[in-house]
Design a protein around this ligand. Sequence first.
Ligand code: FES
Ligand code: FES
Length: 186
Amino acid sequence: MSTLPARTRPLTLKVNGRSHGPIDVPEDMMLVDVLHEYLGLTGTRFACGQGECRACTVIVDDAHGTREMRSCITGAHYFADKPIRTVEGHARRDESGRIVELSPVQQTFLDHFSFQCGYCTPGFVNAATVLLEKLAKAPVAKARVEATILEALDPHLCRCTGYVRYFEAVKELVLKTPGLVREDAP
Ligand code: FES
Ligand code: FES
């Protein structure tokens, strides 16, 4: 018995400030697969594939605000015309595309030796980036810094480390970045 070909629909994606498409993409294909197979952006990790580990997290900036989304369980067509950021978009690059400066989150994770295999790292980078951007708009009281970081990182799983170095890195960055923390009581 022959298998029916997948139904496709044209899709345009905006990833890291660049428009891709329209490309014909299967209607039920998840975003992570489109990033890997159609756009060659393999930094977003596929791990559990079931929405549990958050290795596949991307950042979406749309009318609902800036937020993390799991690309393994969200169909690519959901992201049509929504600005997406992936881990490839954080570092500063020169005109040839060569990385010349890591983002503060990436650099802090490196400085703290936060990861081992690094498979979970793109998800943690995106989570911490979203957190910092939220705090820039709504600073957190100093007494709530640790709890706020825990809430942001808690959904992300890492099989190698004890999470402590990710946590310490984000805490240091939050405390040293001007404007993210309020000195007043909670
Ligand atoms: S790979 Fe998407 S949540 Fe685990
Ligand atoms: S560093 Fe290996 S899974 Fe997190």
